[in-house]
Design a protein around this ligand. Structure first.
Ligand code: PMV
Length: 354
């Protein structure tokens, strides 16, 4: 990791960094954590491309090492609740990123997807901010290399799933027996032997509801602590990771889809089995799931669904079947609020805006 002691840099250096970073969709889900945002099981995801956050940070270095001035705006406007979260995050990472204490920061962020669209923005926003922070460290060190491992670790401290958005098209986060480089501290890119068909994957997000979730992800992770099925679930996730990697290497889309759907339903089953129990799926979530499964049965096309911690559906399929899937999407549109479907595709991760 790069050094960041005070006094390393000429005083009063200032500059600007700007990054976009995408959302990602987990295939094997991270659900349950311990310690300092460490996952209870490994996860694997596809990195998206169109749903992203763009973050611009103006910085000024001073060697005081205390009382830094930090400001956050969203789309150029003050947003006190967002600002409070970002400032709390910057304070929280000051042991792993002590440079922050010597930086005055003006942060502005925007998303390509509408806020409150039911799309979680924490993965894209925290990874974009983490990329900006490691870029500032690199500029102040006059190096041209970005410490991506550090970016992933910093992103993780903001939101676990954000650790995976640093890499595309496929990222793995968490210690596991299948991929020895896997770590609980940061995500890693994973391409070893993967069938290139996954680089063409689409993720169409059906917005079933835009309402704020009744139970946040943070609360959901916490409820895993007393979930009677937790240990079995963590074992299952390890097993699923090995199986899905093997399916993705073989290009076995049926096995891939089987695990992806099992993971989505398990995630929601865990919510229903929590104490207190809760449910984030809506009636239209179930209707759309059934329509997707029926369509697959009739057409034999490899289109599968997954869910994140909410009611919205992610339709996953390779580019080669896009035209045929349009037919299904016309049918599914009626279950979406305002008929909204966000069409996304696998991408290669954060991009620097110069
Ligand atoms: O990163 P968090 O704390 O928002 O948790 C994300 C949890 C899931 O989206 C449900 C699964 C995952 O691995 O992304």
């Amino acid at each position: 990791m790069s050094g960041n002691q005070q006094g390393d840099y000429p005083n009063d250096r200032q500059g600007k960094v700007q990054w976009t970073s995408p959302s990602n969709i987990a295939l094997v889900k991270y659900w349950g954590k311990h310690g300092r945002q460490l996952p209870s099981n490994p996860s694997i995801s596809l990195t998206l491309s169109k749903a992203f956050t763009e973050t611009c940070v103006k910085y000024k270095y001073h060697d005081k090492g205390s009382n830094p001035q930090w400001h956050f705006t969203f789309e150029g406007k003050t947003k006190p609740d967002f600002e409070a979260k970002v400032l709390a995050y910057l304070r929280n990472i000051s042991d792993v990123f002590p440079l922050a204490k010597s930086l005055d920061l003006e942060i502005d962020s925007r998303n390509t997807f509408p806020h409150s669209s039911g799309i979680a923005s924490s993965a894209s926003s925290m990874s974009a901010l983490a990329m900006c922070l490691v870029d500032i460290a690199s500029q102040l060190h006059d190096t041209n290399t970005l410490d991506l491992q550090r970016a992933s670790l910093l992103a993780r401290l903001g939101s676990g799933s954000a650790s995976r958005s640093i890499y595309g098209p496929i990222a793995i986060w968490g210690d596991n027996d299948t991929v020895s480089e896997g770590s609980n501290d940061y995500a890693i890119p994973y391409s070893s032997g993967m069938n290139p068909i996954f680089n063409t994957y689409h993720d169409d997000i059906l917005i079933i509801s835009k309402s704020e979730k009744a139970v946040s992800s943070r609360a959901g992770h916490a409820l895993m602590e007393n979930n009677p099925y937790a240990l079995n679930r963590f074992e299952q996730a390890h097993r699923h990771l090995g199986e899905i990697i093997s399916a993705m290497q073989k290009g076995d889309l049926e096995k891939f889809g089987d695990i992806v759907e099992r993971e989505a339903l398990t995630l929601h089953a865990l919510m229903m089995a929590s104490q207190p129990p809760y449910m984030l799926m809506e009636p239209n979530t179930l209707t759309a799931i059934k329509s997707t499964q029926q369509f697959r049965k009739e057409t034999n096309l490899p289109v599968y669904f997954t869910l994140d911690a909410g009611p919205n559906i992610h339709l996953l399929y390779p580019d080669s079947v896009t035209d045929q899937v349009t037919e299904l999407k016309i049918e599914l549109k009626e279950y979406c609020t305002g008929g909204t479907i966000l069409n996304d595709q696998v991408g290669s991760g954060p991009v620097k805006i110069s």
